[in-house]
Design a protein around this ligand. Structure first.
Ligand code: BG6
Length: 480
């Protein structure tokens, strides 16, 4: 492949979003609730954060948004299909207006030479399936996911080549209570998360097989949240903790996608902890077939992590960044008898306490390439901050430019070391709902003028990063 300014010819530059975080029109034109509509309404009532009912109002602004993306020079755009918009009851009767919306969006992208990269599922299960059998709680979800996958593949197969099945499966598993509308009983049932993970692997595999069956030249990927786990010190106990964390949080998911297998050391650990799950006859064959159809991995990279040997007796907990946007306290994750998170003294943090580590991106890209030898695309990478809209309509987000610049450099270094990269799609094209901090924590190149309390008109403004990224794209990554 010809390399132009360190980036391959045809390398795609764009950005990413997800449906419930940007579309709005949550109950419009035949769409019914998905679990994120409900979860975000509850979050709104409890904390005052914006909910998904209007979000960035992309449903009504999509033409303007695509025009702005085209002005930046995008050649790709990663977005997700809102399952309950096209199939309001999860399966069965389609919603013509919802189906049409994605045709319109894809056509608009194609008219501007922007390649659509479509995520099938980004946290938003239709409530109909959650009410019927608890969503990922029940094996029925595998068939229903396949039904949905086959439906959208048939519908958009002539227009979309790149498909991502599931967004951040490891995050869904580790933050099961926040990403799913599940019962209290399941929230406190640690076994549930690994059984659900198995169902997700089967749903993913069936969708992967369907992509190859239905879409001419179609390529299958999935987007994984990827943080490399570093040892706190060179004490062998810490080195082992880092090895364990990488296996438990990263390879366990990648081995399933790339090889259709479960990582031995993780399975042994789950068994020791009484967290093993049911695998039925034929399941591993389906996962193997799915792996044969897995073409590329989507990487969502924000941060690295640091771990040490787990303090005996500590209960499991997930990492919690601060919500204040003013730095400060972090609750580090614990996986009993396996590893315990801690601060990496060598790198700084964002105001939301996310470690900033561009070299960690180079590390994961090279590590994954050396292990699995498949192409990758960045499906998320970005800097969440409280941006300020100035009176003249400008937004000076030099911190975002600095963050993205260093991560593009890291990706460039990984390419120089043999990694095959398809695209860079940072988070996010325009401002949208954060999964943890409402609309106030922003990631976009385009400012969407609304607050948590007041949706206003969601007017769009170009941030400084908009102009900077435009130049990066125009020079295929030469001018950073
Ligand atoms: C990723 C998700 O984990 O991180 C996105 O795929 C999310 O949906 C993004 O928005 C940023 O996280 P947050 O919590 O700041 O929105």
């Amino acid at each position: 492949m010809k390399i132009v300014n360190s980036f391959p010819e045809g390398f795609m530059w764009g950005a990413a979003t997800s449906a419930y975080q940007c579309e709005g029109a949550a109950n419009e034109d035949g769409k019914k609730d998905n679990q994120q509509d409900v979860i975000n309404r509850e979050i709104h009532d409890e904390y005052g954060y914006a909910d998904a009912s209007v979000a960035s109002d992309h449903y009504h602004h999509y033409k303007e948004d695509v025009a702005l993306m085209a002005e930046m020079g995008f050649t790709s755009y990663r977005f997700s299909i809102n399952w309950a918009r096209v199939l309001p009851d999860g399966v069965g009767e389609p919603n013509p207006k919802g189906v049409e919306f994605y045709h319109n969006l894809i056509d608009e992208l194609k008219a501007h030479n922007i390649e659509p990269i479509v995520t099938m599922w980004h946290y938003d299960l239709p409530m109909a399936l959650v009410d019927k059998y608890g969503g990922w709680r029940d094996r029925q979800i595998i068939d229903d996911f396949e039904y949905f996958a086959r439906f959208i593949l048939e519908e958009y197969k002539d227009k979309v080549k790149y498909w991502l099945t599931i967004n951040e499966q490891s995050i869904v598993v580790n933050y099961m209570d926040r990403k799913n509308k599940i019962s209290m009983e399941d929230k406190y049932n640690p076994k549930f998360r690994y059984q659900a993970n198995h169902y997700m692997n089967l749903a993913h595999a069936k969708a992967a097989i369907a992509i190859h069956e239905i879409v001419p030249g179609g390529l299958c990927g999935a987007a994984l949240d990827m943080a490399p786990y570093y040892p706190h010190t060179c004490d062998p106990e810490d080195i082992m903790a880092a090895k364990n964390a990488n296996a438990f949080k990263n390879y366990f998911y990648m081995d399933a996608y790339f090889k259709g297998i479960y990582t031995d050391s993780v399975m042994a650990y789950l068994k020791r902890q009484g967290l093993d799950f049911e695998i039925m006859d034929g399941d591993m064959e389906i996962m193997k077939k799915g792996a044969e159809c897995f073409d590329f991995l989507g990487i969502n990279y924000y941060q690295s992590a640091c771990v040490k040997a787990a303090t005996p007796g500590l209960a499991r907990r997930s990492k919690q960044n601060n919500k204040t946007g003013k730095g400060g306290s972090v609750v580090y994750e614990v996986q009993p008898d396996l590893f315990e998170g801690c601060k990496n003294e060598f790198i700084g943090d964002t105001d939301f306490s996310m470690p900033i580590d561009p070299m960690g991106l180079q590390y994961v890209l090279e590590d994954i390439n050396d292990r699995y030898h498949k192409p990758m695309m960045i499906c998320e990478n970005g800097f969440g901050a409280y941006d300020v809209l100035e009176k003249d309509g400008s937004v000076h987000d030099e911190y975002r430019i600095a963050y993205i610049r260093e991560h593009i450099k890291a990706m460039k270094d990984a390419i120089a070391n043999g990694v095959e990269m398809i695209a860079y799609n940072p988070w996010s094209a325009f401002d949208l709902l954060s999964t943890s901090n409402g609309i106030a924590k922003r990631y976009g190149f385009i400012y969407v003028d609304r607050t948590d309390d007041d949706v206003k008109e969601c007017k769009r403004y170009k941030k400084d990063s908009f102009y900077w990224y435009k130049n990066v794209i125009a020079t295929n990554g030469k001018n950073l």
